[in-house]
Design a binder for this molecule. Sequence first.
Ligand SMILES: [Zn+2]
Length: 298
Amino acid sequence: MTNTEFQSDTLQRFIFDNAPVRGEWVHLQDSWQQVLKRREYPVAIQRLLGEMMAAAALLTATVKIDGRLVLQTKSTGPVSVMMIECTSDNTLRAFAQWDGEIKDDASLLEITGEGSLAITIEVEGAKQPYQGVVSLNEDSLSSVLEVYFKQSEQLETHIWLASNQNSVAGLFLQQMPGDKADEDQENWSRINQLAATVKQDELLELGVGTLLHRLFNEEECRLLVSTELSFACSCSRERVAATIHLLGKKDANDLLDEKGKIEVACEFCNEHYQFDSEDVSQIFSEAELANFESKTLH
Ligand SMILES: [Zn+2]
């Protein structure tokens, strides 16, 4: 594994001063390695999961929210679920579940089967999350996402994604509403033709300055703010205890009788949490006590 010579795990926004077009570039290395070291994925799934991770970062940057954005496939398989979460605290986590053998060069449809991609945006304090769903019936994840933007925002959007063992990366261009229809359309198609020359290797190996100069040196492309991203998982022993409490005392005790302990592994970070009979009885006695206190106090 080689280290990049530029700042990775970064999302960089940019705009064009000569056209109503905005862009984003993302490159993830350490956060991607954090995902890979927790589970060994078949090559094709790893590639798609990496692309989804880059895409989640790009999409999160388009919505200015406090909360989180989740990309999740629901499909008939061989992959049963792929999930990426990106938070407004600039953290990412990801995992996939699958069954059976998948060949290295499997296409999107060969990996997922019939299915859909759900884009869920949860805003802190909001009662209902926003959810958009698009069919996975396309050649690539970037095409699926372009359909999503067309449906949900009616904005022309192009996305390029790349993923390998070392890093994942993505480039995003979106046409902003402008006032000169013909000229805007011309600018949009010219800038897209330039961007479409980007190679996978360039996305994965070049820093944002070098890449944008190579693609858009004849345009007035200007860098805006950049954001650092990192891997983080929000699971904890307390959260698992709360889930066991939700199971109910009887089901929890049945599990204990069966296995001697309750073991729960976090899908995202693969952390294993173990609860023996003493831990479990404590979960329920603390809850009963809290319940008793709230009843007597009010
Ligand atoms: Zn976790």
